[in-house]
Design a protein. Structure first.
Length: 194
């Protein structure tokens, strides 16, 4: 009976940690669309009275703005402006660097060590981990997710000899954690040899 209660509790917490970020993302998107609808109301007032049509136009404007921002960032001056904005403003916001690194990993970009997949030596075991930061003295801050909920876990600061980089995509490591460790043999086989 106690095992069933523990299973129910961890499963419920895991579900909350999956649903809550999705809910917050959708809520932010809807707030953004409502703001854009209000901002472009003089333009959309000329459209037929359908609410869905106005929201569709607002969504298209948001997508167009994202596309234009992507085009601007592909230019050298746009990249310099983006880097300056990140350095002087966005990186000072707590959690921004981690969210950016996580989003890059999910998108398949490996241009940073942030959230790189690793196996960390904790006591006498290897555990799946993600590199959060590399210190000047060579040590690593690693995030060790809990099973089966990769959004929760513990943070360790470890010497480099106890952190083994693994050459697998971020999404594959998350899948191993979400599946109670099934497929972890692929993580062990993919340890990068120094």
């Amino acid at each position: 009976m106690r095992g069933l209660a523990e299973f129910t509790k961890t499963t419920l917490i895991g579900g909350v940690l999956v649903i809550l970020p999705i809910y917050v993302s959708v809520l932010l998107l809807l707030k953004t669309l409502a703001g854009v609808v209000a901002l472009i109301s003089p333009v959309t007032a000329q459209l037929p009275a359908g609410t869905q049509l106005r929201q569709l136009v607002a969504a298209l404007i948001v997508l167009a703005a994202c596309f234009v921002a992507g085009l601007v960032v592909r230019t050298a001056p746009g990249m310099r402006a983006k880097n300056a904005l990140e350095t002087y403003l966005l990186e000072r916001i707590p959690g921004y660097t981690l969210v950016r690194g996580l989003a890059g990993r999910v998108a398949g970009r490996d241009d940073t060590e942030v959230f790189a997949v690793a196996l960390a030596e904790i006591e006498e075991a290897l555990v799946p981990a993600f590199i959060v930061e590399r210190h000047e003295d060579g040590r690593y801050t690693v995030f060790v997710p809990s099973v089966p909920t990769p959004a929760a876990g513990a943070v360790y600061i470890l010497p480099p000899e106890r952190v083994h980089l693994v050459d697998v995509p971020f999404t594959q490591a998350v899948a191993v954690i979400s599946q109670w460790g099934a497929g972890s043999s692929r993580l062990v086989a993919a340890i990068k040899r120094a």
